[in-house]
Design a protein around this ligand. Structure first.
Ligand code: XMP
Length: 284
């Protein structure tokens, strides 16, 4: 949204850097590159940093540590490429109002801060760039109205929110390539199912998560011992509070069967029925 807004305002003076953390949804990097380059004709510098991220995250399981590592590495890589562009004065970010609220402590104490979103306050001061955050006083529904004005495709405008740290915080425990691949497939099946059943736009945010628990199951005549997949789908106005979405039994059963039958590594599916509060939308 910010990229297209600036594209309209300054055209070829705009440079976008896309750092692929390897923690995006299935095929997402291809869609982003194609939208920016082919559809919007924006200058895009694409950086595939997947291996760097996985290496840095090795053996890390603490949620806030994951966030900090991802945020810091993201900025480091971003800086590496930003330096190559001459005479840059401004840096644009898509920070929204809820990001500011949730990342700043309401009482002023460090402990009451809920989660540290890496797009808020994480920039190195030495970059000396002026920050441009055109959406920072807007809620998501207002940003979507702007997207319609900007003629962006509905698929982009109404895409569910996705956290900066990506799949890393949908995989409690340690992160590795095998788990990322399993999770990408499960998430894709779930989201595709929502689209096929025309449920996607009734839901604020939905995703699959991979829990660091293995449970026993049976496949044919064999005993299996595989990961547990958690599905979350919520309704919300702004992401600040949320309720779980009530699926028909037939839908959730279809998705569960598809996941277990077609993805090696998962043999059980559970559905999260907690609201926010007391839970949060993400697991970490
Ligand atoms: P929670 O889990 O705090 O999520 O209820 C509220 C909304 O924020 C997203 N979220 C994040 N976004 N960096 C982000 O850019 C983060 O670290 C982060 N953590 C949560 C979450 O997906 C939901 O839409």
């Amino acid at each position: 949204m910010v990229a297209q807004l600036l594209n309209k305002a300054i055209g070829k003076k705009l440079y976008c850097i896309f750092v692929n953390t390897g923690l995006l949804r299935k095929n997402e990097e291809k869609q982003v590159v194609s939208t920016f380059k082919k559809r919007l004709r924006i200058n895009l510098i694409y950086v595939n940093a997947e291996r760097e991220f996985i290496k840095k995250l090795k053996n890390i399981s603490d949620p806030e540590k994951k966030r900090k590592i991802i945020g810091n590495l993201f900025i480091k890589i971003f800086e590496r490429y930003a330096k190559k562009i001459k005479n840059v004065k401004f840096l644009a970010q898509g920070t929204l109002y809820p990001d500011l609220i949730e990342s700043k402590s309401v009482t002023g104490s460090e402990t009451s801060k809920i989660k540290s979103h890496h797009n808020v306050g994480g920039l190195p001061k030495k970059m000396k760039l002026k920050l441009v955050e055109p959406l920072k006083l807007l809620f998501k529904d207002e940003v979507r109205k702007l997207g319609l004005e900007l003629n962006l495709s509905k698929e982009i405008i109404f895409r569910h929110p996705f956290p900066g740290p990506g799949l890393a915080i949908r995989m409690p425990g340690i992160i590795n390539k095998e788990k990322i691949n399993i999770l990408k497939e499960a998430d894709h099946l779930f989201i595709q199912g929502l689209k096929d059943h025309k449920l996607y736009n009734k839901i604020w945010q939905a995703y699959a998560a991979l829990l660091p628990v293995k449970t026993v199951g049976v496949m044919g005549d064999n005993r299996t011992y595989e990961y547990l997949c958690l599905l979350r789908a919520i309704t919300s106005e702004d992401g600040m509070t949320a309720d779980f979405f009530e699926f028909k039994k037939s839908f959730i059963q279809e998705i569960s069967n598809k996941i277990v039958n077609s993805i090696r590594g998962i043999n059980r599916v559970v559905y999260d029925i907690t609201s926010k509060p007391p839970s949060t939308i993400e697991l970490e």
